[in-house]
Structure formats: C-alpha cells, structure tokens
Design a protein around this ligand. Structure first.
Ligand code: NAP
Length: 192
C-alpha cells in the first residue's frame, strides 16, 4: 500500500483482513534532513503521512477488526533514537518518530484492556545501513546492520512479559563498527 493515500490503505486493509495476523509491525518510514524552512509542504505531508498518520489509519482499521474477532495481537513500532535525541535539520522526521512512539506508549494500556494478551513494543534504533539513505550523502560506515537489529527486536518481543516495553538500540559511536548497546525504559526527550 501507499501509506500516504487513504484509498490505498483501505484497499490493502480489505485484502489483509482475510488473514489471521498476530503481529503488526509499524516499520515504514521516510527520512529527510534539511532546514525546516526548506521543507516543502509536500515534504511535510509525505513525512507525517508515511511515518505517522498513514500507519495510524491502518492500525485503526486493524484494531477495529481484531476487536470484532476478539483476537489479541502484538504491536511493534520501529521508532528511532531520533524520537529523543535532538538532531540538526531533522525536525519533522524526529517529531514524526516521537509522535509514533508516544501514540504507542499511550495506546498500550487501552490495547491490553480491550484485547487481553496483547502487548506493545516501541523500538528506538540508532543509525542503520538501510535504503533510507539511498541517494543522500550520508556516511553509514559505522551504522548498525539492520539484520542484527531485527534479531534483537525479535528476541525482545519474544521475551517480553509486560504490556509495554521500550527498547533502545544505541550505536557505540566510539567503536564506530556497527556495534550497539541495548537499553530499556523511558528516555527524556531533547538529549543532545
Ligand atoms: N535507517 C536508520 O538509520 C533508521 C534509524 C532509526 C529508525 N529507523 C526507522 O526504521 C524504519 C525502517 O526504515 P529503514 O531504515 O529500514 O528504511 P528503508 O530501507 O528505506 O525502509 C523503509 C520502508 O518504508 C516503506 N515505505 C516508505 N514510504 C512508504 C509509503 N508511502 N507507503 C508504504 N510504505 C512506505 C518502504 O517500502 P518500499 O520498500 O515498498 O518503498 C520500506 O519498506 C523507519 O520507520 C525508520 O524511521 C531507521
């Protein structure tokens, strides 16, 4: 589906609702680094729709259907360290990743009450070597391997007992070899 297009989201939902789905990974995202003044209105719409409002609409439909079926599910949001770390010229992107995380943190209790057995996980990765930087001049040499990140994410959600968990995968910038630390719990916003 194209998350920036409501019709496309509805169409995709009508297709996926035929299948029993137990894991909702909120992973899609686009990234922009440029001064706020240089974001076009289209950029703002694209970032907010892809990273936040589009997935939220899909989740709404998915959640509604799961309530009707009384089927619990796991919600896993791939947010970003950018949700809590201040980064120059990434204003709209960082705000979208925090909005995603804050939505899930607030929704987790509601989800577990409505569909007991459900759980939510918010993952905040640091820089990964992915297509998000395609065509942009970013040195990803010391960035994390997304496969190592995916493995940790999967292990974390399999071991999770609590309703809501926050997992931070923070790059070891001193080593700068792709290694990272795993930390849990809330982080204050605005860290430089
Ligand atoms: N890479 C990093 O350093 C980093 C760090 C922290 C967090 N993250 C987060 O990790 C998540 C995954 O990103 P990634 O780094 O793996 O980048 P990626 O390789 O570019 O993957 C982005 C994904 O988003 C999908 N997507 C983009 N626009 C879409 C749209 N309009 N409708 C539907 N799907 C759309 C893409 O689908 P198609 O392939 O079909 O286009 C792709 O599957 C994002 O939420 C990002 O914010 C990334």
């Amino acid at each position: 589906m194209d998350l920036t297009d409501d019709e496309s989201v509805e169409k995709a939902f009508s297709e996926v609702k035929r299948y029993p789905i137990d894991y909702f990974f909120w992973n899609a995202g686009i990234w922009r680094k440029l001064p706020f003044v240089e974001h076009s209105l289209k950029d703002i719409d694209a970032i907010t729709a892809t990273n936040f409002t589009g997935p939220l609409k899909m989740l709404h439909r998915f959640h509604e259907a799961h309530i009707l079926e009384k089927r619990p599910y796991r919600l896993i949001a791939i947010s970003s360290v950018s949700a809590w770390r201040v980064r120059e010229h990434e204003t709209v992107y960082c705000a979208s990743k925090d909005a995603q995380a804050v939505f899930v943190l607030n929704f987790a209790g509601e989800l577990a009450k409505e569909l007991p057995g459900s759980q939510a996980t918010v993952v905040y990765p640091g820089g990964m070597k992915t297509e998000i930087f395609k065509g942009v001049n970013v040195d990803t040499t010391g960035y994390m391997d997304p496969r190592s990140v995916a493995k940790i994410v999967w292990d974390e959600i399999q071991n999770q007992k609590e309703v809501c968990r926050e997992v931070h995968l923070v790059r070891d910038k001193e080593k700068n070899d792709g290694s990272f630390f795993v930390e849990h719990g809330p982080k204050p916003r605005g860290i430089k």
